[in-house]
Design a binder for this molecule. Structure first.
Ligand code: ADP
Ligand code: MG
Length: 568
């Protein structure tokens, strides 16, 4: 290992030279208060910035072991430190100082969710932040003085403000960790209490806007309050008692007039699979971790999915037990989304009428009279939703403002009225009992789930093929593009990065023509559990600083949407 003085003299000696001379600073350096690893030096000021790590040994960093003694505490601590590091950068860094990305210091950006990330590592031995730095240049001429300022002044200050326990807001850090621990605890208790979701009293569900995930503020925001009949209380490990609405297993409807907050409630439940930061408003909105949002997604590709439980007798005898298309319709895409979710394993489906295909959700009595079952390929969801619960223990929460036919199949009906919740199960059941039901349940076959095996050939990459995520919704996998716009529980760009790498990793290690899709993804997730999220990184000897852990469901969603792959 070199010393900080070595770095200073190297930098001074290449001042004013061409950018390529920066390559000579790659290596490890011991500074008085941290170790610096220059893993990868960018080739040019406009290229992706250099990959750098700063590490503080625990005997100096001083984080007490209880702050990272289990999985959730460690993830929460790492999350807090990543945010703290980003805050310190914004205070200390002088920003762009030359051409291209010169002078810009960055660490992975965290949103409202708390996710396991590669940006920060805490263990018994050290605390390590993984960064990107644009090494400064004027045009393509090295600016050594500016580089020295980055490593010797700015970085020292940022590290001291972020990676030293004694310099942190320790109470705030403790609260952050304890909150995550409580959320995880609550999540683990749901099913055993007969629940699939919990929304605490006082929660703030609406978001600032359609493009901001921050909580809505102002005097017109109505905090959540549970109806008495659905109220449950939990004793949390750290934050005492929390009371709110428990949504029971089974089939639950959310009804109510337009603009009364139905979708907002469902969306909060959707996101309840993740942990949220203090101040988010959804800290104690918690859902079973394998809940899947289902929607119509016409135009998506589908590969070999058994949708026969929902769709049968298509024109031209198209096979619906092994249904493939490059261009699904609203109803076939929604059917495929459900069957794929069941294939990976889920205990809760979430559907909103706003994003569902009407003919997939319901066929009423009058329509049944006019168009006979023989002429209608679709078995609507209303005729399967109970079977899914009774046979497969898969619950559903549905937003339905438009069809009272669903009262017959529901266990629980909650009504949104001016953003407050009422339990109207009794009334709905009475209405269903009194008024003549003109529709008949129409099913022609038993529902079945088929586990698919993909042909490994579709995942082969050529030497020059790139694997790259672009933002939240787009993955380029070699010549194939994956569109994730309608995968609604994907929340972070770094999850998309990770999904891209996971598919590449799975192609290399597990897609073998024998393992099912779910087994392939489980195998990758097992490796991640055992070796850490770094294991999927393609960089050897360089840190993968911008990966965040996705759920199994979103990984499968990406593979399911790949065009040009096929099942065996
Ligand atoms: P619905 O699905 O019933 O038509 P939405 O859930 O889309 O209604 O909500 C309509 C509007 O009301 C949205 O702009 C949403 O942000 C806002 N909203 C939802 N819940 C609340 C609340 N508790 N307090 C204030 N505004 C809310
Ligand atoms: Mg709505």
């Amino acid at each position: 290992m070199f010393t900080d003085r070595d770095l200073k003299s190297k930098l001074s000696s290449i001042d004013g030279r061409g950018y390529k001379a920066y390559k000579s600073i790659a290596g490890m350096y011991r500074f008085p208060h941290f170790q610096l690893f220059i893993d990868h030096v960018q080739s040019d000021p406009f290229a992706p910035p250099s990959r750098i790590r700063v590490r503080v040994p625990q005997d100096m960093a001083g984080f007490p072991g209880h702050l990272f003694k289990n999985y959730h505490r460690r993830a929460a601590l790492q999350d807090y430190l990543t945010r703290q590091f980003a805050r310190s950068i914004s205070v200390i860094s002088q920003g762009k100082t030359g051409s291209g990305k010169s002078g810009i210091i960055s660490i992975d950006r965290c949103g409202q969710e708390i996710l396991e990330r590669t940006a920060m590592v805490v263990n018994d031995r050290f605390v390590e932040a993984r960064l990107a730095i644009g090494l400064p240049a004027r045009g393509r001429t090295i600016m050594a003085k500016e580089a020295i300022s980055i490593f010797f002044d700015q970085m020292s200050e940022i590290v001291s403000r972020s990676l030293y326990y004694k310099n942190l807001h320790q109470k705030q850090l403790q609260r952050h960790i304890e909150l995550v621990e409580d959320q995880a605890y609550l999540q683990s208790k749901l099913l055993e209490q007969g629940l699939v979701a919990f929304v605490a009293n006082g929660s703030i569900l609406p978001r600032e806007s359609g493009v901001s995930d921050k909580p809505l503020t102002g005097k017109n925001v109505i905090p959540f309050r549970a109806p008495k009949s659905l109220e449950v209380t939990f004793e949390l490990p750290n934050n005492g008692r929390v009371t709110g609405m428990g949504i029971p297993k089974g089939v639950t409807l959310i009804v109510g007039g337009g603009y009364h907050g139905k979708s907002t409630l469902l969306r909060a439940i959707e996101r309840g699979v993740y942990h949220h930061i203090p101040g988010d408003g959804r800290e104690f909105v918690v859902t079973v971790p394998d809940a899947v949002k289902i929607r119509a997604e016409d135009g998506r590709s589908v590969q070999g999915v058994n949708i026969s439980g929902f769709i049968n007798n298509l024109p031209f005898q198209q096979d619906t037990e092994k249904f493939s298309t490059e261009n699904a319709s609203g109803s076939t895409s929604q059917a495929a989304n459900i069957v794929e979710a069941l294939e990976v394993g889920t205990s809760l489906l979430l559907l909103d009428e706003d994003t569902s295909a009407t003919n997939f959700m319901i066929r009423d009595g009058r329509m049944q009279k006019l168009v006979s079952k023989e002429q209608e390929p679709i078995t609507p969801f209303i005729d399967r939703v109970r079977e899914l619960y009774d046979k497969y223990a898969v619950s559903s929460i549905l937003v339905v403002g438009g069809s009272g036919d669903y009262f017959t199949v529901a266990d629980c009906v909650i009504k949104m009225e001016n953003y407050t919740v009422k339990d109207v199960t009794k009334e709905a059941k009475e209405i269903a009992a009194q008024s003549m039901d003109t529709r008949r349940r129409e099913v022609s076959n038993e529902f079945s789930i088929t586990r698919r095996i993909f042909n490994p050939a579709g995942f082969k990459l050529n030497n020059r093929d790139k694997v790259k995520a672009r933002g939240l919704y787009q993955i380029q996998y070699g010549r194939k593009d994956i569109n994730l716009h309608y995968v609604e529980q994907l929340v972070d760009d770094s999850q998309t990065n990770a999904i891209a790498e996971i598919i590449r990793y799975a192609a290399k290690h597990y897609f073998n023509g024998k393992l099912t899709l779910a087994e392939v993804v489980d195998s990758v997730l097992n490796d991640i559990k055992q070796f850490g999220l770094d294991v999927i990184s393609p960089f050897k000897g360089q840190h993968p600083g911008n990966l965040a852990l996705p759920r199994k469901h979103e990984i499968c969603s990406a593979i399911n949407r790949m065009r040009g792959v096929e099942t065996l």
